[in-house]
Design a protein around this ligand. Structure first.
Ligand code: FAD
Length: 386
């Protein structure tokens, strides 16, 4: 039994790149520079590893050369991130910046913002957090209460963001704030985006621990934080339009199906080594693998659409709904067929450690980036059913 998923190639030109990434990963693992883990794109914050990737030109691959990127495009970026995710490499530090802040800056940023941030993103010197959700404003983002008020030379920001991944490590955050009071007839109008320095003294970052005890989330509080006019991202009042355009990047990538892939490959290895694997167990893993392969086709076709400049938000919603349920099914299958294996985060047994991380993180897979119920609403609207 061999694991074929990660070997499906886009085309011959990508083969060389894929081989380079695999060789790099194999060397990094054997040298102990990272230990493969599940959900590594959210939990594996490792700036030194990000810097290694940047030095190889593997961050900012879709950023043009004039702004410090390698300008290789979304499909080559896909190959690199797919290999890193499949291997459970720690890519969280640069993830949000590379995935969606760079495209947003390229699309909406001023020349000054592009020059200020894009080279730093590509060289893993600027890490970003996402400031969208708030208490009582997760699925219903239009309910945000964080407010930016116009003052001489800029804006005063007041409010609090919730569930901010990596906010305690990141340098900056793109914050969605109300710049006009809510208009009941047009609730999604009157919001704007700002690039906010998270090290500013008027910003307080309060940790929120996961049930595993990990510090991943935060509450980020702004108390009269002064944000200059130069830090407005895009157009005042267009925040909703800009955020929804970013969501296709946020929802369709391989991270929405590969969060538990290291567990899947570890299960394969365990069953391969076991002389007594049953037909039912092998069939369960085979079914997961074939699903992964189909999901990968969907995700890659969206990457191609993004590269062509399209806005595949409905397809991205479908990809995330199907992909995150697949990730959870990997965990459920592991718990079922590895009955007796203990999910222990400190275990020296690879499978137990991976299962522990995956099981503890799995409830969040179908919530983060928009819950599956909300995504189905996006699909229904896209199909003209609402
Ligand atoms: C691991 C993780 C990381 C995250 N990182 C970030 C981050 O970095 N930045 C950030 O801004 N946010 C982040 N979030 C927040 C995330 O985007 C929200 O949790 C999500 O949008 C849901 O919002 P909520 O938690 O307020 O739940 P709610 O909106 O209160 O929803 C609760 C439940 O009700 C359901 N529901 C709500 N409205 C409807 C409806 N109209 N129809 C049907 N069902 C509905 C939902 O599907 C859900 O099951 C993160 C979340 C997780 C789990």
């Amino acid at each position: 039994m061999t694991l074929a998923l990660a070997a499906v190639d886009v085309d011959a030109a990508m083969d060389t790149l894929r081989s380079e990434v695999r060789a790099f990963i194999a060397e990094a693992v054997s040298a102990g520079r990272f230990v493969p883990d599940c959900d590594s794109w959210l939990a594996g914050w490792a700036p030194a590893f990000s810097a290694e990737l940047a030095a190889r030109g593997w961050i900012g691959m879709a950023i043009p050369r004039e702004y410090g990127g390698s300008g290789r495009g979304s499909l080559e970026r896909y190959v690199v991130i797919e290999e890193l995710l499949a291997a459970g490499a720690p890519v969280a530090a640069h993830w949000i910046a590379d995935r969606q802040i760079a495209p947003a800056l390229l699309r909406y940023g001023t020349e000054q913002q592009k020059q200020a941030y894009l080279p730093k993103i590509a060289s893993a010197r600027a890490f970003f957090a996402l400031g969208m959700s708030e208490a009582d404003a997760g699925s219903d983002l239009a309910a945000i209460r964080t407010k930016a008020t116009k003052v001489e030379g800029g804006w005063r920001l007041n409010g609090a963001k919730l569930w901010t991944s990596g906010g305690h490590h990141a340098h900056a955050m793109v914050v969605l704030a109300r710049t006009c009071p809510v208009d009941a007839q047009a609730r999604h109008s009157g919001m704007s985006q700002f690039i906010v320095d998270l090290r500013a003294s008027e910003v307080t970052i309060n940790p929120i621990l996961l049930m595993s005890g990990e510090h991943h989330f935060n509450e980020v509080v702004f108390e009269d934080a002064l944000v200059s006019d130069d830090a407005v991202l895009g157009t005042i009042g267009d925040g909703w339009k800009q955020v929804t355009a970013e969501l296709a990047y946020e929802r369709s990538g391989p991270e929405r199906l590969l969060s538990t892939f290291p567990l899947l490959t570890a299960m394969f290895r365990r069953l391969e080594a076991a002389a007594d694997a049953s037909e039912a167990e092998l069939a369960a893993l085979g079914a997961l693998l074939s699903r992964a392969r189909s999901l990968r086709e969907i995700s890659m076709s969206i990457a191609s659409a993004l590269q062509r400049g399209e806005a595949p938000d409905v397809a991205a919603a479908v990809a995330k709904d199907l992909g995150t349920r697949f990730e959870q099914d990997v965990v459920d299958t592991a718990l079922r067929i590895l009955d007796g294996v203990c999910a222990d985060p400190s275990s020296s047994d690879e499978l137990e450690r991976l299962l522990s991380r995956a099981a503890l993180h799995s409830p969040g897979f179908t919530l983060r980036g928009g819950t599956n119920e909300i995504l189905r609403g996006v699909v229904a609207r896209g199909l003209g059913l609402r």
